[in-house]
Ligand binder design. Sequence first.
Ligand code: ASP
Length: 356
Amino acid sequence: MRFGNSLRWAAVVPIVLLAVAPARATEPLPTIVVLATGGTIAGAAATDVQAGYTSGQVGVDQLLAAVPQARKLAVLRGEQIANIGSQDMNDEVWFKLAQRVNELLAMPDVDGVVITHGTDTIEETSYFLNLVVRSKKPVVLTAAMRPSTALSADGPLNFFNAVAVAANKDAVGRGVLVVINDWIHGASSLTKTSTTAVQTFLSPLRGLVGTVAYGDAEFYRGAVGRNTVDSEFSLDGVTALPRVDIVMAHANMDGALIDAAAAAGARGIVVAGVGNGNMTKAALDALAAQARKGIVCVRSTRVATGRVGRNVEVDDDGLSLIASDDLNPQKARVLLRLALLKAHSLPELQRIFQEY
Ligand code: ASP
């Protein structure tokens, strides 16, 4: 065969193959609903290089319009649930969010939910949803450390990555996730560690669920701790959560703030203890006295990482106290508020702190 002929064949063969090859069905894009609550990701400043800004200035439509690339990953719909700095996060927004997420995920044509949120309390909201959402479909929270108007704003890529994770079938059944700065965290494990750095979230004890780079996700582990469809907690018929206060331990502490929490109507008190959930003798006496009156008292820690073990330096059995295991004070508070919706014995409450 002459060279000219082989060239002709080279041109014809692909055309013939194309004609006989069955048309490959293109998979429809998943549908992801974006629920916006505010935060720095929706924040704005007067200039692009200033520290001062206001959270919750940009609406969900503007947020979606700012990241058109995300529409290649999923069909997106947006809803505005709130527009607040997450320092103002409250039960009303939590109930609204939980109800809407459960409604949406029960719809067969919704594949996942992305929630935009502030970084200050994202660990609490995500953990709350981890306990009350009734679906294995992905629920992914995301946030930003720099407002939308900043030089090198981190929000757009965080949002893109969050949509990619929510649209990823491998994210199903891993519990509520938080995607920020290329890392995929589990709601029960992440914690904010820097007031200003873009790399602020760590998952100290349980480790990362995975990583995501420009939408390309890799998963390392499943959910740790009972969550979503395996959770025993539900908001069905619930209109309010009991008050639980956090009191921080320190050198020379007395029992005044513990007693003040009880006087303010707390049904539970979480002490952010020193070290392994320790506190002064005076504080421990005050805590044990409140426990004897029926207030559920949990020892957590103000230390950034490590578990609080039962009966280590404190006689939890003798004083009727609960050890928070690996939940930090803010997450211990969320779990206790849900646990207190039903009457539980102290051993049952301790079991809950070990399982979630
Ligand atoms: N104060 C802000 C908030 O939590 C901080 C942030 O989003 O980074 O809403």
